[in-house]
Write a new protein. Structure first.
Lengths: 449, 238
């Protein structure tokens, strides 16, 4: 029998027992819905986490330091290849890295320990310069007040813990000013008396105390500058361009001065390189290393995260599939009942010239059609369920004064995969009934009342 | 020996069943030849094996021993799919209980063998109408079988059996569920069809007077055996 005739007959048969077949299809739909809802939550959470992490810049950022930079307390010194002199991380290097393919931006890490005066009281803290791109990183979502009005504004955003140190009512700080007291680095002219034993002139620098008034524009609860590449957590954030112009003394200055660096030339303790996407980080990291710098990223952590979500999705999928298993049994039951009811009809079909394979295919198509409709409605119900869960969660989050999130996500691949899966499961459920119907002896079937 | 004029040739055909440990010889060593365009009536009491023999000729069942040749094909040599094609294209069947599918309209019932024979969709309405015209039921095309009388249902069953233009029509007690007048009308229709289309008809019945009136030859079965097969002498119509 031709496929179209087979489908026509299957639809006709399904229509004839519409209530029972609709209920069976509904069973499949509920099974698929539970699977889709579970997986949509898994996918949604994964997307949420990936989005947040990608916005945070942790997974598309490479931290570049000079190769002989000290790594930190108690950690061994990196090996330096004697044949390659370590390169200085200066403005030239920054521009060179910026020219590499797939680089969005390269910015220095400006971070220094300093003192802040507010209401004539001193407070010690760490200052960090924030690039303009951090505005959209998600780190400042839900902040009180506003982000910096311009990349060069004399403004500051305080981390909530520091704001609490300054005032019992942190919100009242917005709009007020504080005084940043910092040590400005000023280069000294080269002097023969201070030449090194090798005879080369060495430029030192002097440290001059300076002050800058900063307007408090916002208070943030997260820690946008929590140091991966830096030391300590910065509590006072200011525009990176403003922070750079301060020429505040940083940790690498002392190291640079004992080396033969010119104090007039700005060097950076580290640079942050943002790639266009996390997938380009690995190649970019290798290119930077080839340039003679140390570079590292959180790519491996990102891989672990993906593994975690794959396992998470698998577990959700298994739980979601349980309802589908029950639905499968429903299909088997419906089709076996249909064989009993249509026994005589099967006999007539065979007497009229239907081959065993025609009968088998007819039952197969009926199972497949139930799977198709079950899959389609299941995806719809699953999507609605996901929306309902997201809605409920967001109502709760709103009450907690938190930003709404997109908890569930039904991507196209999930829609197609769920429908295909429902059809395959239904076909598998139809295997036994279809084979039983095909094997029915037509003589017995025709005799059946 | 079968020749070009033979439509069906049964050669020492036997069919036995095992039921509850007992062996039942439904058809026992039957040899019979049916000529092309012949109207043969197979008579016998209940359980004599006539319906089993009909099922064997129809290819719905296979004999335990012996061979069946129909329209030049030995059925034993046919695969399951070829046997289905044989039932579809060579054989037309009608039954005592009509066996129309109640969920389908008359048109759909008659179209069913055309679907199985994979006849083009455009061709089908014409063939259905032609078959219905032959049984004079064109005005009931969209009706369901349950809306028809017994006689009308059997006429629809005949139309369904004829729609694929088979060479052999097998009728299993076609008048068994009908009153005598209607039964006679059905047999009259069968005979007309047989003469117009040049078909071979094998009809199982236990109504001897009807068989004698319409069939050309009677074959009588008892206990699975063929007891006799004889021509019916008929008066030449004036």
């Amino acid at each position: 029998m031709k496929a179209r005739d087979l489908t026509d007959l299957a639809f006709r048969n399904l229509r004839e027992a519409i209530l029972r077949n609709a209920l069976t299809t509904l069973g499949v739909a509920v099974g698929v819905a539970s699977l889709v809802a579970m997986l949509s939550l898994g996918v949604g959470l994964q997307e949420l986490a990936s989005k947040r992490l990608s916005q945070s810049g942790l997974f598309d950022t490479i931290f570049v330091t000079p190769k002989n930079n000290f790594r930190g307390m108690g950690r061994p010194q990196r090996e330096v290849q004697p044949d390659k002199p370590p390169r200085t991380l200066d403005e030239d290097a920054r521009k060179e890295i910026e020219k590499l393919p797939n680089v969005i931006e390269v910015y220095p890490q400006v971070r220094f320990f300093t003192e802040v005066r507010f209401n004539n009281k001193p407070f010690a803290t760490v200052v960090a310069g924030m690039p303009e791109s951090s505005r959209n990183s998600g780190s400042f979502d839900g902040m009180q007040g506003d982000f910096f009005s311009s990349p060069t504004a004399n403004e500051t955003i305080l981390q909530i813990e520091f704001a609490k140190d300054l005032s019992e009512k942190p919100a009242s700080l917005i709009g007020q000013e504080l005084v940043l007291r910092y040590a400005e680095r000023q280069a000294l002219p080269a002097n023969d008396d201070s030449s090194t034993p090798s005879g080369e002139p060495s430029g030192g620098f002097s440290v001059v105390p300076k002050e800058l008034r900063l307007k408090i524009v916002g208070i943030v609860e997260t820690e946008p500058a929590a140091g991966y590449g830096g030391y300590g957590n910065a509590r006072l954030l200011m525009p990176l361009a403003t922070a750079s112009t301060l020429r505040a003394a940083q940790v690498n200055d002392l190291r640079d001065i004992v080396r033969d660096n010119n104090a007039n030339k700005t060097t950076y303790p580290s640079l942050s390189v943002r790639a266009k996407s996390p997938s380009q980080v690995e190649t970019l990291e290798a290119s930077i290393k080839a340039m003679g710098f140390a570079a590292f990223s959180l790519l491996d952590a990102s891989k672990s995260l993906r593994t975690f979500f794959s396992v998470f999705d698998l577990l959700l999928g298994i739980f979601g599939s349980l309802a589908l298993v029950v639905a499968t049994l429903g299909i088997v039951n419906t089709l076996v009942m249909a064989i009993l009811e249509r026994r005589r009809e099967i006999g007539v079909l065979k007497a009229l010239g239907a081959a065993d394979s025609d009968v088998q295919q007819l039952f197969f198509v009926e199972a497949g059609v139930m799977g198709l409709f079950g899959g389609f409605f299941g995806v719809l119900f699953g999507w609605l369920l996901g929306r309902a869960i997201t809605f409920g969660t967001n109502v709760y989050l709103k009450r907690q004064n938190l930003n709404p999130i997109e908890l569930s996500s039904v991507p196209w691949w999930l829609v197609i995969a769920a429908i295909v899966f429902a059809i395959l499961v239904s076909l598998a459920a139809g295997l036994y009934p279809a084979s039983r119907a095909a094997k029915l002896n037509p003589v017995d079937a025709l005799r059946y009342e | 020996m079968p020749n070009a004029e033979t439509a069906i040739q049964l050669d020492r055909v036997s069919r036995q069943y095992t039921m509850g440990g007992a062996t039942i010889q439904a058809v026992n060593d039957v040899s019979l030849s049916v000529a092309r365009n012949e109207f043969l009536a197979l008579l016998g009491s209940s359980g004599s094996g006539k319906s089993t023999l009909l099922n064997l000729i129809a290819g719905l069942d296979r004999p335990t021993s012996g061979s069946i040749m129909a329209q030049g094909q030995y059925l034993a040599e046919l695969t399951s799919i070829e046997l289905a094609r044989y039932r579809c294209n060579t054989i037309g069947m009608i039954f005592q209980s009509f066996n129309l599918l109640p969920r389908m309209t008359l048109e759909e019932n008659i179209e069913l063998p055309l679907r199985l024979a994979e006849v083009e969709r455009e061709e089908r309405p014409r063939r259905v109408r032609e078959a219905l015209e032959r049984v004079r039921l064109t005005h009931r095309l969209g009706h369901r079988p349950t809306e028809l009388s017994g006689g009308e249902q059997q006429r629809v069953a005949i139309a369904r059996a004829l729609v694929n233009r088979p060479k052999i029509l097998l009728a299993d007690e076609p008048t068994g569920n009908l009153d005598s007048a209607t039964g006679e009308a059905i047999l009259s229709l069968l005979r007309d069809v047989q003469r117009q289309l040049g078909m071979t008809i094998v009809m199982v019945t236990h109504e001897r007077p009807l068989a004698e009136r319409y069939a050309g030859r009677l074959a009588i079965m008892g206990d699975g055996k063929l007891l006799s097969a004889s021509e019916i002498a008929k008066e030449t119509p004036q």
